[in-house]
Design a binder for this molecule. Sequence first.
Ligand SMILES: Cc1cc2nc3c(=O)[nH]c(=O)nc-3n(C[C@H](O)[C@H](O)[C@H](O)COP(=O)(O)OP(=O)(O)OC[C@H]3O[C@@H](n4cnc5c(N)ncnc54)[C@H](O)[C@@H]3O)c2cc1C
Length: 387
Amino acid sequence: MKVGIVGAGLGGLLAGAYLSSEGFEVEIFEKLPFAGGRFTSMNYRGYEISTGALHMIPHGRRGPLGRMLKELGCDVEIVDSKPEGEILWNGEREMLTRKSFSWFDVLRLNIEFFMNKLGRKRTLEEFARGLSEKSYLYVRSFLGWSFSIFPEQMMFEKIVPIFRRTEVYGGPGVPVGGCKAVTESLVEIIESSSGRVHLRKEVKAIKSGEKAKFILEKEKKEYDLVISDVGHRITSELLGEELGNHPSESRGVKYTIAIDEPFIGHTGVLFVLGKNIAGMNEVTNADENLGRKHMLQVHQPLRNGSREEIIRGLRDIKEILRGYSFEVLAVQSYRGDWPVNRVMAGMDMGNRTRHDNIFVVGDGAKGEDIEVDGIALGVENVLEALL
Ligand SMILES: Cc1cc2nc3c(=O)[nH]c(=O)nc-3n(C[C@H](O)[C@H](O)[C@H](O)COP(=O)(O)OP(=O)(O)OC[C@H]3O[C@@H](n4cnc5c(N)ncnc54)[C@H](O)[C@@H]3O)c2cc1C
């Protein structure tokens, strides 16, 4: 069976790796000169600057992506974060444990879970407003870091399955070699099972039918099955179809910083409370080859992506790193067709289209989890439908 895949991002490559190892004839078309989409990196002055992700896998080795990479036999080692997190608030740092929050806030959280089961519908902002200042600011920082959203943009109920999964799988991990190691190993698997990844080849249109067709610049290709890794909105545009309402994307900005001495000093996340930036990590503590010296990556959710928002983020960084010798290597903002997530967390649109032989994967069609672990579950849903 012939499978055509639009886009060599993590979703397209993961689906392609499974299908080609199952004997499907897989061809992936990528319009850029490199594979990996927002989950790879470029070396700049000795630092692996990522095209998107913060070189982290939300649930590390034990999560859905870690499990699937293992099943595929990918040669990727994932270093689970230890500690998972730390908090920076009012100039003080504190390791993140259950004791970081008052018993009253923990009780409010449990009551909210219970009320949610009874059908209460509130945004995370409405819930968090009732907490102490520290817990409220932590909720903001956690959502800004993990989803690139603000608490008023997400319903409490959407966080419940994610919270439960974090309890089961634990926190993040860093792949040795960064996100590029993951996507490169998937390309290897595809190519070693006779699949092809064509770079600099843009799919200009998709024609639906029993045999779906890809219209490329100079040729047409025919497939039994199509998988699109570009989200529902762009997939509909390629099909020339109206999609109707599409949830908005999540936007953010990432600052990559070279720093002489470690600032965080561990492999977990430093959540920054009460600032424009949401948090930072220092992945060179997990893999020293990711940077010539140490590499800090700072993330900030964006409301509109204005210059002023970014200047406020840079001011936070300057204030927090006062006394350290550092240099901002890159400021990358993400929105529109190259966002943090193609649809905001909790609003994913499923993997099916109105055509039985056309599926969507990637971060607009995740399963019930976050970021690349959600992408892995979305791919798994498609595989279940096909295999
Ligand atoms: C700042 C930032 C930080 C993040 N941090 C993390 C993190 O630490 N951990 C985590 O798990 N996730 C993180 N994410 C999210 C993660 O990077 C993305 O969810 C994931 O990489 C998206 O993969 P994808 O397969 O959905 O899409 P993409 O990576 O966007 O891949 C789609 C590909 O399709 C190609 N394409 C588009 N149109 C066409 C066409 N017509 N023809 C051919 N090719 C086409 C594109 O060029 C692209 O390469 C972060 C994202 C950002 C932006």
